[in-house]
Design a protein around this ligand. Structure first.
Ligand code: BGP
Length: 481
């Protein structure tokens, strides 16, 4: 850490390269509200929040959230005031396609995103779209959701619809936000919608189907849309940076990193397929556990080739880091840092020198730079877009100095990674533009650089100190001003 600080001081200019873009992100279920207007059908998050209030800290739902469905013009105006180069938002699949399948396109749904896209462009802000930020149509969940292999085709049809409707104006697409959460938290632990706990099985089935869905969407973009629209398609992975607690923990730490890379390796590695260390490890464990075959589903050679290389950039969401040591974890996640990984028999902890934030968020800015270096080592000289980074507080404070510090310290690491390590980082995204419905934390966790008053029927938005700080960084294209 000290050497990073010394390095930071040594870097003469804390200026970002020309063309480097700054943005902020939200997601449909977290901000839109209007959960049942017009012909929108319920998503798994509507169902999960309505039926399991006890699983949400404050028992709330995203029924109204920030009401961005009605207040999107206010959001665009805020983004403009901040000087954002781009605004990352997601499409609610069941708002656009009420059947989940592409036979019916909602007029209201398609108009809503159309207006938002045009509103952004009229204000000089680039729209960046996430196709899937966790709110699967309930109708598709009823057919098995991410454990039904047909979902790759359903997703392809959904993606094609979105590319057809908006591809002329949207040049950066993310197929998925954080496959690790879609599969690990939802199907392994069952802590989030659809709440299916299938340890050691569900997660792996989900990730295989998701990889195929991503590749299908990428390939139709490549073939049918890239020639006329020339945009970029990728996905964004959430990485927690892992460090060994003692030198003895080195091997388990690398395995933890590899386990988290099952969501990246099939797409981004030269060889394709699962990380070999994970493949070997799960096969061995499965045998010990009496399974007749590995719990990790295999890919055919054809599937490996179909998925490999389906990217135009690497999307990275980074928030936090963990120390890895041997022991018996109390949680059940294979790689998400609630407490550890029973799969490998390790526990996760923080380091006393790292700054504790709210809930799981421990701030260790050098982790961001180290994670990017690890990615480059694995996948080569790749364009990295940082598509989420941010800090939460339980209180809706306006003078949010700890968030300002978090942003400055992490942006400094981005600069070091560009200037010292030569990494090709082209974008940085603050999570989040707005306080919003933070999944199982409900409205108790505030990530917004703009606060939202959830007691106000008009959902009044007020920029925090961090919003002014971020706007100044963007305006100066530098951390010095
Ligand atoms: C990321 C998600 C965001 C956002 C953020 C905060 O993993 O992509 O949607 O929610 O984390 O996380 P949480 O709400 O779990 O505190």
């Amino acid at each position: 850490f000290i050497s990073a600080v010394v390095l930071a001081v040594c870097v003469a200019e804390r200026k970002f390269p020309p063309g480097f873009k700054f943005g902020a992100a939200t997601a449909s279920y977290q901000v839109e509200g209007a959960w049942n207007v017009s012909d929108k059908s319920p998503s798994i998050w509507d169902t999960f929040a309505h039926e399991n209030p006890e699983k949400i800290i404050d028992g709330s739902s995203g029924d109204v959230a920030c009401d961005s469905y009605h207040l999107w013009e206010t959001d665009v105006a805020l983004a403009k005031d901040l000087g954002l180069h781009f605004y990352r938002f997601s499409i609610s699949w069941s708002r656009l396609l009420p059947n989940g399948l592409a036979n019916v396109v909602s007029e209201d749904g398609s108009r809503y995103y159309n207006n938002l896209i045009d509103g952004l462009l009229e204000n000089g802000i680039e729209p960046v779209i996430t196709l899937f930020h966790w709110d699967l149509p309930q109708k598709l969940q009823d057919l098995g959701g991410w454990t039904n292999p047909e979902i790759a085709i359903w997703f392809e049809d959904y993606a094609r619809t979105a590319f057809e409707l908006y591809g002329d104006r949207v040049k950066t697409w993310l197929t998925f936000n954080e496959p690790i959460i879609i599969c690990d938290a939802a199907y392994e632990k069952g802590t989030i919608a659809p709440g299916i706990a299938s340890p050691g099985i569900g997660n792996f089935i989900c990730v295989k189907n998701l990889m195929l869905a991503h590749a299908r969407a990428y390939r139709i973009y490549d073939k049918e849309f890239r020639p006329k629209y020339n945009g970029k398609v990728g996905l964004t992975n959430n990485h927690v940076w892992y460090e060994p607690n003692t030198p003895d923990d080195e091997e388990n730490t690398e395995l933890a990193r590899d386990l988290a890379a099952i969501y990246a390796h099939p797409i981004y590695s030269k060889s394709g397929g699962w990380p070999p260390s994970v493949e070997e490890f799960i096969a061995k464990k499965s045998k010990e556990e009496g399974y007749p075959r590995s719990r990790l589903p295999s890919f055919t050679q054809e599937e490996i080739e179909f998925i490999r290389g389906t990217y135009d950039y690497y999307g990275l969401n980074y928030y936090t880091s963990r120390k890895v040591s041997s022991g018996v974890p109390t949680g059940s996640s294979i790689s998400w840092p609630s407490s550890g990984s029973p799969e490998i028999g390790i526990v996760f902890s923080s380091d006393p020198s790292w700054t504790a934030g709210y809930a799981w968020l421990v701030s260790y800015p050098p982790g961001l730079r180290k994670q990017m270096n690890w990615l480059v080592k694995q996948y080569g000289d790749i364009e990295i877009q940082i598509l989420e980074n941010g800090y939460s507080t339980p209180e809706p404070i306006m003078y949010d100095t700890s968030r300002v510090k978090y942003y400055e310290d992490h942006l400094e690491q981005v600069l070091l990674a560009i200037q010292e390590d030569g990494i090709n980082i082209t974008a940085y995204t603050a999570w989040s533009l707005l306080d919003n419905y933070e999944w199982t934390s409900g409205y108790t966790s505030r990530f917004g650089i703009v606060s939202v008053d959830f007691t106000d029927p008009m959902r009044k938005r007020t920029p925090r100190a961090s919003a002014y700080y971020y706007a100044t960084v963007i305006k100066n294209h530098s951390l010095d001003f």
